[in-house]
Ligand binder design. Structure first.
Ligand code: ADP
Length: 495
């Protein structure tokens, strides 16, 4: 039998046998196979040797003077240092009881003398392999224990951060949207107790004012994996509306896909911000109106004729004052809409009429900019505030014209989509970078900081559009390819 493939290289073997011939025979045979062999003739010497430099395996005779093999084995098993060394007994005693005793004191095998060389080699090799496997299992086990410990530590850290975070945090399943864990800050902000939340969904509790916006936000989350600081309106148990920044991450909890929501309540900050903006805007309105009146009067020439240079300066002053006036009006408009001071007056109206009206209003601007305006309306009735829809369409058309080069076209078209009308404003302009597609709908967000100065805008148009669309239970979004153009979509409920 060839034992080569199982060879454990350079294993250390200790042979303890009081018969010198046996000892020599075993030592020679094992050395020839490439093992390192130490041999001793006394049990006590064997114990000392094993303790000083533990071998990988021990071949042990039973019948020896002073201390027999059983006692040697027992002592080996009592010490931590030598306990795991496999001991193979080699003995001329062939009684079953002897063998049983050999195993009961901790031996792993028993070879009867006179032995066959090949048998000894195979058994030695087998036990060395078992020992190696056992020690690698032990190592693996220790590694796993360490990993479990580190994971537990990490979990504990996360659990602490979760529990003590001042920001409301909630974890819900992705498939059903059922809450499986929320922290105390979330309970405080929402006004619910734990039992009222766990197992329920945001939809059941009507936590989000616009369920549609929440659905679009979650769709976005699925698309990109994480969301940061989306402004949303949250309804507490008492019905109070809180303005929050909503961030979310997809996480895996024991194989279940979940959404980790972190909420930042900015209601107070927003209130102060709005209060400040509206205060300043109100204060600015009166002097601005008087300023525009005076500049207009100057431009009529009733107060004397201006030189050409004077007229140029006056024109600059007028353009800028008008822009400032637009800004102030837009701020006040948005603020009144958000605070619910103006609500929409939705009635049945013809979408095609509104589209044609909007296109006519923008025709002059398009011509000045060298843009071809193409209108493709559909006959459809919608429930809407016609003035406000006109405001949206003219705003989108004005942006499409503003951000396109002369010679290009702008399309205003509409399509029926189930119970909704989808209006599209498409241009062949400079496009919008992917990371700005959402933010441009926030107040004062522009792709380029110089846009308002160069293009005369206020950075509020799209925020106003979004507000109006939401009040109509509609949706607004944009798709764009840089340097090729953008398409703004507005969906509104059909009558
Ligand atoms: P503004 O008064 O600056 O036009 P809006 O809120 O209407 O304010 O638009 C915000 C910003 O979005 C613009 O300043 C511009 O950077 C970008 N934008 C809007 N519409 C378009 C468009 N059709 N093509 C390219 N960029 C656009």
């Amino acid at each position: 039998m060839d034992s080569q493939p199982f060879k454990t290289p350079l294993a250390n073997i200790l042979v303890i046998d009081d018969t010198p011939e046996n000892l020599h025979l075993l030592a020679a045979m094992l050395t020839e196979q490439g093992y390192k062999v130490r041999s001793v003739t006394k049990g006590s010497a064997g114990l000392r040797g094993a303790a000083a430099a533990p071998p990988d395996l021990i071949l042990l005779d039973i019948n020896m003077p002073e201390m027999n093999g059983y006692e040697v084995c027992q002592q080996l098993k009592e010490s931590d240092r030598t306990r795991d060394i496999p001991v193979i007994f080699i003995s001329a005693m062939n009684d079953v009881l002897d063998k049983v005793k050999a195993f009961s004191v901790g031996g792993v095998d028993f070879i009867t003398k006179p032995f066959q060389v090949q048998e000894v080699l195979v058994r030695v090799e087998n036990h060395l392999t078992i020992r190696n496997l056992r020690s690698s299992l032990q190592e693996q086990n220790a590694r796993l224990q360490q990993e479990i410990y580190e994971r537990k530590q990490a979990e504990e850290k996360f659990a602490k951060a979760f529990r003590s975070s001042p920001s409301p945090i909630a974890i819900a399943t992705l498939s059903e949207g059922q809450f499986i864990e929320v922290n105390n800050s979330f309970l405080r902000m929402s006004g619910y107790c734990l039992e009222e939340i766990i197992g329920h969904t945001a939809a059941e509790l009507q936590l989000w004012i616009s369920s549609q916006k929440y659905a679009t936000t979650i769709a976005k989350l699925l698309e990109i994996g994480s969301l940061q600081n989306y402004e949303m309106e949250f309804r507490t148990k008492s019905g109070e509306v809180r303005i929050v920044l909503f961030s979310a991450e997809l996480i895996d909890l024991s194989g279940t896909q979940c959404v980790l929501n972190i909420i930042n309540d900015i209601t107070e900050r927003k209130r102060l911000e709005n209060e400040f903006i509206s205060l300043v805007s109100h204060e600015l309105r009166t002097p601005l109106t008087s300023l525009i009146g005076s500049l207009d009067l100057l431009s009529t020439g009733q107060l004397g004729t201006l030189t050409a240079k004077g007229q140029k300066v006056l024109n600059i002053a007028l353009t800028n004052t008008e822009r400032l006036n637009r800004l102030v009006n837009d701020i006040l408009d948005l603020e009144r809409m958000k605070s619910g001071k103006i609500t929409i007056q939705a009635v049945k109206c013809n979408a095609d009429h509104l589209m044609i009206q909007a296109a006519e209003a923008m025709q002059a601007m398009a011509e000045r900019a060298g843009i071809t305006l193409v209108t493709e309306p559909v006959m459809a009735e919608i429930i809407a505030d016609s003035d406000r829809i006109l405001q949206i369409l003219t705003n989108l058309l004005s942006n499409a014209i503003k951000f396109s080069e002369p010679g290009k076209s702008v399309w205003l078209r509409a399509k029926l989509r189930g119970d909704r009308l989808q209006i599209e404003v498409q241009d062949q302009g400079r496009g919008i970078p992917a990371n700005k597609l959402q933010t441009i709908f926030e107040p004062f967000q522009q792709v380029d900081v110089s846009d308002s100065r160069k293009k005369g805008g206020t950075g509020l148009g799209l925020a106003i559009c979004r507000n109006i669309v939401e009040q109509h239970n509609g949706d607004i979004w944009v798709e764009s390819v840089l340097n090729q153009g953008s398409t703004f979509y507005v969906t509104l409920p059909l009558a």
